[in-house]
Design a binder for this molecule. Structure first.
Ligand code: SF4
Ligand code: SF4
Length: 132
């Protein structure tokens, strides 16, 4: 593999869109601490608790409330769902879903094959479980 199948360009395109990004319970305090807030203040300001998860609010333009002018405000403690992309179960199991994701995420190389993608996943993240 000469170049990686995925190399994040930090375009923040994946930080737009309504309501699908959530923290799990144990992830809140680290994110809050990065912003100098208590967990309660952080949840009140940025989250909508629902079904045991903390969904991040979006602003009127549909951007994640934690997206700042220079990117993610909590980059070092962003939720698992953000850290895992694009190595989601759905893409790892379905070559068609991987091809579709290329249209959405410019960090996925158009030339990369599904096998390249799986190879990178195994090399970089092979020990992780696969959800989401
Ligand atoms: S938490 Fe950060 S990385 Fe995740 S969607 Fe929001 S701004 Fe983007
Ligand atoms: S859309 Fe892809 S390239 Fe852009 S920030 Fe998200 S993961 Fe990175």
């Amino acid at each position: 593999m000469s170049q990686p199948a995925f190399n994040c360009l930090r375009c923040s395109q994946c930080c737009h869109g309504e309501g699908g990004i959530s923290f799990e319970q144990g992830e809140i305090s680290a994110a809050a601490a990065l912003l100098g807030l208590s967990a309660r203040e952080f949840v009140d300001r940025y989250c909508q608790p629902r079904q045991g998860l903390y969904f991040i609010k979006t602003n009127q333009d549909g951007d994640c409330a934690l997206l700042g002018p220079k990117g993610c405000l909590i980059h070092q403690a962003k939720p698992r769902i953000c850290r895992r992309w694009p190595f989601f179960d759905a893409l790892l199991r379905d070559a068609g879903a991987f091809e579709e994701a290329k249209l959405y995420c410019p960090g996925l190389s158009p030339e990369a094959s599904y096998e390249d993608f799986l190879r990178q996943y195994r090399a970089e993240r092979g020990g992780e479980d696969q959800q989401p």
